[in-house]
Design a binder for this molecule. Structure first.
Ligand code: DC
Length: 244
C-alpha cells in the first residue's frame, strides 16, 4: 500500500491517482467558477459541457435546422465539429464550432433562450455525451453540467450537486449579463432561468437530478474562498480514498 500525505496530493507524484470530478446543478449556481478553480489547483482539464449544447444550438439557429425533425437533426450533427481550444490571453478554453471561435456568441440570450430545448433532444445528447466520455478517458478532469454525475461519468470518484437560493442565482446571472448588455432586464433573466431549470429538470432524457452518491453544495451563503476550501477537502478525501 502506498501512503500519501495530504500535502503531496497536488504534485505530479505518479502514486497520486487522477480522479474525475463532476459538478451538476441548476443554471447559474456558479458551477463553472468552481470547476475552473479546481482544475487550476489540481492541474486538471476543465470541460464546460453546457458550452457544447450551446454551440450545437447556435449551429441549429444559424442553419435554420428544424429541431423537431429528427432527420434534419441527424444530418446537422454530422456537420458539427466541436473543440475546446486554449486561449492564451484569458487563460481559459474557448468553444470552437467548425473551426470558428463562438465563445462570445454562445453566451448570448438568443442561444440561452433555445438551448434547453435543443439539449432535450436524444440525438443531440448522444452526440455530446460520447465526446464528453472520450475527454474523461484519462481522468484528471473536472466537468460541469446537468447529467455528468448521473449519465456521463456515473463512476466518477467525486460528484458534487450544486444549488443556491433562486433569487441569488438570478442576481448573479443578471450582473454577468448586464456587464455585456445593459439593455437586459432582471425580469428577462429570471424568466429564462426559471424556464431552463424547469425544462432541464423535467425532460425525458437525462433530466437534471442529483446522483445518489453526489454531495450537495448549497453556496447561497458561501464566498468563493470558503466554497473552494470546503470542496478541496472533499477532493483530497476522494483522491486519498482512490490512491491507497
Ligand atoms: O451550463 P449552461 O447554462 O451553460 O448550460 C446550457 C444548457 O445546456 C442548460 O440549460 C442545459 C443544457 N445542459 C445539459 O442539458 N446537459 C449538460 N450536461 C450541460 C448543459
Amino acid at each position: 500500500m502506498v501512503i500519501i500525505h495530504r500535502d503531496h496530493l497536488h504534485t505530479q507524484n505518479p502514486d497520486v491517482k487522477k480522479i474525475i470530478i463532476t459538478i451538476d446543478g441548476y443554471s447559474s449556481c456558479g458551477k463553472s467558477t468552481l470547476a475552473k478553480q479546481l482544475a487550476a489547483k489540481l492541474n486538471y482539464l476543465y470541460i464546460d459541457s453546457g458550452a457544447m449544447y450551446r454551440a450545437i444550438t447556435l449551429y441549429f439557429i444559424q442553419q435554420r435546422v428544424e429541431w423537431n425533425d429528427s432527420v434534419q437533426v441527424k444530418n446537422a450533427l454530422e456537420n458539427i465539429s466541436l473543440e475546446f481550444i486554449h486561449n492564451q490571453i484569458s487563460g481559459q478554453s474557448d468553444m470552437f464550432l467548425n473551426g470558428e471561435n463562438v465563445e462570445q456568441m454562445i453566451r448570448e440570450m438568443l442561444v440561452a433562450e433555445r438551448v434547453s430545448e435543443v439539449a432535450a433532444i436524444r440525438e443531440v445528447r448522444e452526440f455530446a455525451v460520447a465526446q464528453q466520455q472520450k475527454m474523461g478517458a484519462q481522468k484528471g478532469i473536472v466537468m460541469d453540467g446537468r447529467d455528468i454525475g448521473t449519465v456521463v461519468f456515473p463512476h466518477a470518484e467525486l460528484k458534487i450537486f450544486m444549488t443556491a437560493d433562486p433569487a441569488i442565482r438570478v442576481e448573479r446571472r443578471f450582473k454577468e449579463l448586464y456587464a455585456k448588455n445593459p439593455n437586459i432586464t432582471l425580469h428577462e433573466v429570471k424568466e429564462n432561468l426559471e424556464l431552463r431549470d424547469y425544462i432541464d429538470a423535467n425532460r425525458e432524457i437525462s433530466p437534471l437530478r442529483k446522483a445518489e452518491d453526489a454531495i450537495i453544495l448549497d453556496n447561497s451563503q458561501l464566498n468563493l474562498q470558503e466554497q473552494l476550501d470546503l470542496v478541496m477537502q472533499w477532493v483530497e478525501d476522494a483522491i486519498m480514498a482512490h490512491s491507497s
